[in-house]
Design a protein around this ligand. Structure first.
Ligand SMILES: Cc1cc2nc3c(=O)[nH]c(=O)nc-3n(C[C@H](O)[C@H](O)[C@H](O)COP(=O)(O)O)c2cc1C
Length: 210
């Protein structure tokens, strides 16, 4: 049975990123995959520590991250899986630090400073990157999203991208500093468009492995 690991890159366990991820994983499950969800913010780990154990020629850690923390078994599980879905909010035009740290640990062992572009992973893994954001169009972040897609494609495996825009950030806008937002519009968008986002996410997960 094929296996897909889902990563929730939001600190919130049941908001936009998590719901979109759950929907994608449900789609994958309905298509026959075994799925597992991991919440990054429940783990204790750091980004790359520049130890270079993953580049040490002839070492058993070549091409693998040697740091022994909560991320180690997750990375091992990912590298033996068939699919990886990462669902992340956009923070300041990029991914949250926890997601970036996770990516450093996943990407760097694959990258071998080769002259021919060869990498340490066998690139069998299919990757789905899911982003949710406040802005009304993901074109605000085209450069970031394309750059992430390119890094995942070249170091981890073939990568597809999904976006959900104009997300609801708090359930009651009247309780928080939020003058820049039209609360009525946010509520309406959440009620009318987010269910469609969840359906798209379901299809995204269902078709990830082809
Ligand atoms: C610290 C922080 C920074 C954010 N920066 C951006 C941003 O630069 N652009 C954007 O469109 N949304 C931004 N947002 C909004 C979130 O990306 C958006 O609400 C997302 O759907 C939240 O996902 P979640 O509900 O899974 O936590 C930011 C939110 C936070 C908490």
């Amino acid at each position: 049975m094929s296996r897909i690991i889902g990563i929730n890159g939001s600190p919130r366990a049941n908001w936009n990123s998590a719901k979109l991820l759950d929907s994608a994983l449900q789609g994958a499950k309905d298509n026959g995959a075994d799925v597992r969800r991991i919440d990054l913010y429940s783990l204790n780990y750091t980004g790359c520590r520049s130890c270079f154990a993953c580049k040490l020629l002839g070492s058993p850690t070549f091409g693998r991250c040697a740091i022994n923390d909560d991320l180690k078994p997750v990375l091992e599980d990912i590298l033996s899986a068939d699919g990886l879905i990462i669902s992340s909010p956009i923070y300041f035009g990029s991914a949250p630090g926890m997601v970036r740290s996770f990516c450093e640990r996943l990407w760097f062992p694959s990258h071998t400073y080769s002259t021919d572009g060869s990498v340490a992973y066998d690139l069998h893994l299919k990757v789905g990157l899911m982003y949710s954001m406040n802005v009304p169009s993901d074109s605000f972040y085209t450069d970031f999203i394309e750059s992430e897609k390119e890094k995942f494609s070249s170091m981890v495996g073939p990568t597809a991208v999904f976006s959900a825009v104009d997300t609801l950030q708090f359930s009651d806008y009247s309780k928080y500093a939020s003058a820049a937002f039209n609360a009525e519009h946010k509520k309406q968008h959440y009620e009318e468009s987010f269910p469609e986002d969840l359906s798209r996410a379901y299809e995204f997960g269902r078709s990830l492995l082809g």
